[in-house]
Write a protein that binds this ligand. Structure first.
Ligand SMILES: *Cc1c(COP(=O)(O)O)cnc(C)c1O
Length: 253
């Protein structure tokens, strides 16, 4: 934990200024990317990826007006969500889950997640549906759990995401699973390839999904290094960590 005690107002202020500058720079990039793509700036949501950063940093982002945060690991996120609640009791941020999720973490995640973006198997859908149902029953949440199907654009299984050939079946199952709400697709651009090509392909897949499921109007694409390309190809949500908060202290997913 970063020391946020009264005696360390100096360093906390310095970190706040750093985060504020990072956020300004990202907003500027987004504004320009939207203008160049002929899209309204509010058509693209900024998801602040806070994995590997402390709750105090999330609190700074809340103070600066950020309302949606991305986390990759349940073990890290669950205590962070509670910590933020203590730091900013009147904030109601929406937490998105990125990164591979084990089925045995579904129950915990259903307590605080607004959306799980990294769904890539029927087994995970079943576990999340069951967990969300339990959470609704217990009064821990009041709305269905939103899900995005993560699709692999390079068929590299180590990076998560279903194969393109599985997409139709998984979207059908997601739409039919009780207590879940299919909202769209998510993908990570393959390494060492042209992100424009990858995101163009992703956009075509998303258009096809939306024909069958109009509610699946979310396309989560673009990170610190390739958000402009993603905005050119219809992204509705860019997931930005490094460009906002700096290099992660620990190598991450
Ligand atoms: C970590 C992560 C991000 C953020 O990446 P940056 O390059 O730090 O912006 C976005 N999406 C996913 C799925 C991630 O795991």
């Amino acid at each position: 934990m970063v020391n946020m005690g009264a005696s360390s107002a100096g360093p906390a202020d310095a970190r706040g200024a750093e985060i504020s500058a990072g956020l300004d720079a990202v907003h500027q990039r987004l504004r320009r990317a939207c203008a160049e793509a002929g899209r309204a700036e509010d058509a693209v949501q900024l998801l602040a990826v806070t994995k590997n950063f402390p709750a105090a940093d999330v609190a700074h982002l809340v103070d600066l007006g950020c309302t949606a945060f991305g986390e990759a690991r349940e073990q890290e996120a669950t205590p962070k969500v509670a910590e933020l609640r203590a730091l900013r009791p009147h904030s109601h941020p929406r937490w998105h889950v990125l990164g591979r999720l084990q089925r045995n973490k579904a129950r915990q995640v259903a307590r605080w997640a607004h959306r799980v973006e990294s769904v890539d198997s029927e087994r995970l859908l079943t576990a999340l549906g069951r967990a969300a149902g339990k959470s609704l029953e217990e009064g821990e949440r009041s709305t269905p759990l939103e899900v995005l199907i993560q699709v692999s654009l390079d068929d590299d299984p180590t990076r998560g995401g279903c194969a393109r050939s599985e997409l139709d079946a998984l979207t059908d199952i997601a739409a039919e699973t009780d207590h879940l709400r299919l909202r769209g697709l998510m993908a990570v651009a393959p390494r060492d390839s042209d992100p424009d090509e990858a995101f163009a392909q992703l956009h075509r897949l998303w258009v096809a999904v939306r024909v069958r499921f109009p509610d699946a109007d979310q396309l989560s694409a673009g990170m610190s290094l390739d958000l402009e390309a993603a905005v050119r190809h219809g992204s509705t949500c860019v997931r930005v960590g490094t460009a906002l908060l700096g290099s992660r202290p620990i190598a991450s997913t």
